[in-house]
Design a protein around this ligand. Sequence first.
Ligand code: ZN
Length: 196
Amino acid sequence: MAKLYFNYSTMNAGKSTVLLQASHNYRENGMQTYLLTAQIDDRAGVGRIASRIGIGSEADLFTPQDDLFAMIQGRMSQGAVACVFVDEAQFLKPDQVWQLARVVDDLNVPVLCYGLRVDFRGELFPGSATLLALADEMREVRTICHCGRKATMVIRQDETGRAITQGEQVQIGGNETYVSLCRRHWRAAIADGSQI
Ligand SMILES: [Zn+2]
């Protein structure tokens, strides 16, 4: 039976690398995969999932308005799909997570979602909250804090290295403005806004 998977992490844990490697394993064995990623700016057309270690693959883009069940069903009408991969899954709307659950249940295709668990304020992204509720299996893509403990939190830094505690949940930009930390060092950074 197919399952809905949620592979979650904090920033810079290499989740896109894990996704691309898993997709590659299918393709290497002659199976087709379907890759989706969030449209996070105004660029239209074909998207791309890229990892910081330099590998990448084309992907279709989803917006908050898209019916992902219809998108995946449409792709499957053009040829068999062994597995669906969704990057930036924290940007899914809750009803889109339900659409992915229907793909798993009704089309019997595994769907692997990769996304951030919490934002820089320490709050769940809505898409991640729904995935935590609905996924059949969850796995943590781990990375570490500068102290060596597991990093589970992220801070957003301004250009001087100070932690920002207010603002939009989503800011698209370079990874340099985000730092993954253990909860202890996240609390310290948020408490005094100091450099880490
Ligand atoms: Zn730490």
